[in-house]
Structure formats: structure tokens, C-alpha cells
Design a binder for this molecule. Sequence first.
Ligand code: SF4
Length: 398
Amino acid sequence: MTGAGSFKTAVGISGIWVGAPDLWSFSTLAEVSACPRRYALRRASYPEIWDRPGYPERVNEAALLGTAVHDGVELVLRELSRTGCSSIADEQAVAAIRRLGGYSKIATRCLDEHLQRLSANPRMAPRLDGLRAQIDNRASEMRRGIQALVSQSPAAPNKPERGRRQDGDPVKRATLGEGRHLETTLVAEEARFAGRLDLLVVHSDRADIMDFKTGQPSERHNLQLHLYGLLWQLDETANARRLPVGSLVLGYVDGAVEVEPPSDWGELHDWLRDEIANAESQVRAQSPAATPSVECWHCPVRQLCDEYWDSPFTGGVPDSSFVDREVSILSRNGPTSWLGRLTRDGSEVLLRSSRDCEALALGSDVRILNLLAGEAEELDGMILTMTRSSEVFGPIQR
Ligand code: SF4
């Protein structure tokens, strides 16, 4: 692939840089701040792989569970709004949840829908059965998560939701009336900042904002909520009546946490302006800077990043036996075992897998993610085992 903005990676995958977005979000700013190259590689287009934007995501069990819980909460709260329930404590609420089949059915339905969406992802399609089997054991955890988060959502004026997405069409921008608004996109045109709020409850004199989290509490969540509060104040369409922010709440499975508003919204606005200017300058480069760190282990595009493979961070997270390695395939020992040499230090390794792997062609150099590392006595070296989460990329073209 050639042309303006196109690039080719060492593992033979080509893409086209997409540059800066029209509107920034909390997650895109955070990603550029962590590593501009990661942002650029994730969002580039890869027409030789698929026709969707960005590099296909690798979704793990925890992320899948989190998405299913999140979707389940949205489904229940939408049904409560549709039936005019102001909160889960309303008499009608039990019947509304029963109509959806109960919490367990809701969890399974949301999981199935998400797995269905992932079937179009070439990186995930071969793994969906295994993932499904793993996560089926956690159905009760999903049900409890949905139930806990729904119970924390604040009471809303008993009015039908307006200004919500319509049948999958782009978000209809409208002034948001009193009531509960789910998955609402707010836009600050001048600041070029947008965000999708899990739950916005508009009252006659204020708006309460809540974000649902299935992971552990983090300072980043507070900043995200502050930015959503700012966004509500800057969105002249959704908040045409200029209502102030009421409460800011983070809903965790273990309990809701009220977040203090920032002491100075103007300072936060200035900070946001600087962050966006900085992010713009970082991603404007043809090949945005790579900043390897311990965080690379969580980077879903590290297989494409040469700087990562030259860095000291391919050894996995501390106290874990999982590593990433570049390996030259020297010979085949059996149907599921190969002798290889690490390209970094030339040491020999024994590679094992539970199945045949065409990508491990003799004479080729490959990048393998998520290998389980152990000692191989017969080799006086390492034994590297491919697991369900391992991925092979290559051959490397140097
Ligand atoms: S592997 Fe690390 S340095 Fe490379 S893009 Fe990902 S986060 Fe950035």
C-alpha cells in the first residue's frame, strides 16, 4: 500500500494514518498523553484487514464482562424510563425488569449481543467460542454487577427521555428536557471536545451526572467526571437553559462514590484547551512519537511498534510469567513443538503449542504475544508455551 499517509509495519501490516479527530474525548486525550504512537496505530485505517475504522481490538474476559454489565445497566434504565419509573424503588420497576426476563437473562442477552458484534473482528472471531466458555462461569457476577449499578442510579423526574439516539442513527442533537438521559453525547463545539455520558439526569434547576465503572476506583475516573461536568456547561445545544451541574457520581459495583466538583471550572477549561493543543501537535506528525513504558504490556497494537520490541518492556508485567518475544523459527521438533532463537540475544528456546500453527514457518522471524515462559532443562534455556491468548505476527520484514 502506498500513498499519502500510508505506512507499513515490520510484520507486513499496512495502514493509513488518520491524524487528529474533529472532536477530542477523554479517552483519546488520555491515550495521546500516554503514547502518541499508540493512539495513531489504534486509530489508523487498515483496509487490507477489514473495512472498519482502527485496528481490530483484542478484547479480554474482563473487558467483555464490563461491557456486558454496562449494556445491561443501560437496558434496565431505558426500560425504567420507558415505563415512567423514576427509580428502581418504584412499584412498576419489578414488573419492568420481569418483562426484560430478569437480571440473569439481561446479562446473557447483553453478552450475546456483544459477542455477535465481535464476530466481525478478525482478531477475535477465532477466539469467541473459548471466550464464551470462560465467561459463562461468571454469569452470576454479571447479574450482580448489573443489579448493583442499577440500584445506585439516582431517581429521575418522571418524564420520558428526549434527545436520545434514534434507531442507530447518529446522535440527534437536541436540548435535553427534564428526565433521565442514557448514553448521551455532549459536544463543546468551541473547545472541540465531546463525551458520551452514561447517565445524565436533568432536573428543573440542575443536572446530575453519573458514570458506571466495573473496574477498580481510579483518580482518572474523577477527572473524567469533572470533564463531563465541564462539557455539560459548555454544550449550548443540550444545555440551552444553562443549568448548572448538580452532583457528580461514580457508580462502582461495590458502591457509589460522590465526586467533589473542581474548585475552579475555568482552570479546568484552560487545562483542557492546553491538553487538546498538545495532543493536536503530537498526532499531526507523520509517525507520532512512541514512548515505551511498563504500560506497553496493555497496548493492543504493540505487535506493530518497533520501538516496543527494541525496549526493555517486552518481559510482561511484574510477577507474571507471560512475555512477548521475537523468535526465529529454526526447526520443527514435532507436530506442536519448534526450536527457535530469540532475535534479541540469540539464545535458543523451545516453543510449544497445543495445536499446529502455520504462522511458525521454518526460517521465518515472528513476533509472538502472550507466551508463557518457563525453564527448559533439556535446552539450558527457555521453554515458551503458546496459550489461548497468544498471537503470532509476521513474518518480520527487516
Ligand atoms: S507498544 Fe508502547 S510505545 Fe509502542 S505504541 Fe504501544 S504504548 Fe506506544
